[in-house]
Design a protein. Structure first.
Length: 381
């Protein structure tokens, strides 16, 4: 790697954006001018954040109700897509199913190949926002041998998700926790999956293709897949009493990474992690099961007291405590990353629409191979 290139495009600025601002040294996240703490404390609806992302301002009451209704009424899936999901192996990774189903949706969306009209693009963004939640809930039921449940037009996205998962009148505590999660994960600058959606869009390709790329990128354990990996790690540790021995053995002796810790941009506490930690604590107390919260808090304490973590400024990221929140809500561990996609669709589609009509993104590579080889016939090699 050349001196100028630290790898991973670290520090490279690729676009001017107005959706979010991150100060990684101070641990600040701002959505279109609003501090994330302000939005979280005032319990904004995920739909409000979608409006903020897509139109760069918060909606008034009527605009919010219109958008909530449009997302809910556009959330149904074509029967062919549901049938295709039913035919998939029950053990399939839910992110692979989501990737496949969103790709299939493009075949039935009559606007899929409209690549230029921004008003049409907003409508597709609205549909995809609802449909990703519907696919996520439907897959969880299908793989458990249950019939998927259609979305209701009278619910918010978070309520609809709980409804489509359970088929019962949505429990408001669960819906509020899901809503808070969706708000916190809706957008985050030029993260890897958002960058992918922009690269796809900059070729002139369609929104569904870009979102499929976003899902594929989010799936990796260095990105959105870390929430599930963090929970698997907590389950492996088993209890707060085992944390110190596990840390010594796995992290200090075997060099294992703690999933949900560290971030390319944050060199201070990730503000989303701080908010999710409070939610995780509240949920632990109200559910009467503080075991997993206590374990995560203990591991955080042990890691942050360690010189290796201090020197490298490694703190819990958004995935660390979101794993505890989602597990306490009784979601299967492999459903965590699709929930991340349910949130990030807001940011992805805002970036996709902003990128439409923009210049091709085409960086260059530094060639380090030989330049003077001569071709030899195959039987002489
Ligand atoms: N545990 C232990 N050490 C770590 C961790 C960790 N979780 N994360 C980074 N480090 C160390 C590295 O070993 C490296 O040490 P070195 O300088 O001695 O080589 C140093 O910190 C810097 O790490 P990089 O991998 O160079 O940092 P990068 O910015 O490339 O990676 C990443 C960031 C991928 C998030 C990393 O911290 C990681 O793997 N964390 C665990 C996975 C995770 O939680 N991912 C979710 C990120 S947030 C999101 O996408 C929503």
């Amino acid at each position: 790697m050349s001196e100028a290139n630290k790898g991973g495009l670290e520090g490279v600025v690729v676009a001017d954006i107005s959706t979010s601002f991150i100060d990684g040294n101070e641990g600040i996240l701002i959505y279109a001018g609003y501090r994330i703490e302000d939005l979280a404390e005032n319990n904004v609806l995920f739909e409000e954040v979608c409006h903020l992302m897509w139109h760069n301002r918060l909606p008034n009451r009527q605009e919010l109700e219109d958008l909530r209704y449009q997302i809910a009424s556009g959330a149904h899936l074509p029967t062919s897509v549901i049938n295709m999901m039913k035919a998939q192996p029950k053990g399939a990774n839910p992110m692979a199913v989501l990737r496949t189903a969103v790709s299939a949706l493009s075949l039935y969306d009559t606007d899929a190949e409209n690549l230029t009209d921004r008003e049409v693009a907003f409508k597709k963004a609205i549909r995809l926002t609802g449909q990703i939640a519907t696919i996520t809930a439907a897959w969880d039921r299908i793989r458990k041998g249950k019939e998927p449940i259609a979305p209701r037009v009278d619910l918010t996205l978070a309520q609809n998700f709980v409804w489509m998962m359970t088929g019962e009148q949505p429990d408001q505590t669960a819906a509020d926790a899901i809503n808070a999660y969706l708000v916190l994960l809706a957008e985050h600058g030029m993260n890897a999956s958002t960058f992918c959606t922009r690269v796809v869009t900059a070729t002139g390709s369609d929104m569904h293709s870009a979102v499929v790329g976003g899902i594929a990128t989010l799936k990796g354990p260095s990105h959105g897949g870390a929430n599930a990996e963090a929970m698997k790690m907590f389950l492996e540790i088993g209890s707060a009493d085992n944390v110190e021995a596990w840390f010594k053995r796995e992290v200090k002796e075997h060099g294992r990474r703690i999933m949900g810790i560290g971030h390319r941009v944050y060199k201070a506490v990730d503000p989303r992690a701080a908010i999710l930690k409070k939610h995780a604590k509240d949920l632990a107390e109200s559910s009467g099961n503080a075991k997993w919260y206590d374990l995560a808090a203990k591991l955080e304490e042990v890691a942050l007291a360690d010189d290796y973590f201090k020197e490298r400024k490694l703190y819990p990221n958004v995935d660390y405590y979101s794993a505890i929140v989602l597990y306490t809500l009784n979601l299967d561990v492999d459903m965590f990353t699709p929930l991340f996609a349910m949130a990030r669709i807001a940011g992805w589609t805002a970036h996709i629409i902003a990128q439409m009509g923009g210049r091709l993104i085409r960086p260059r590579a530094n060639y380090v191979g030989p330049k003077d080889r001569k071709w030899v016939p195959i039987d002489q090699r």
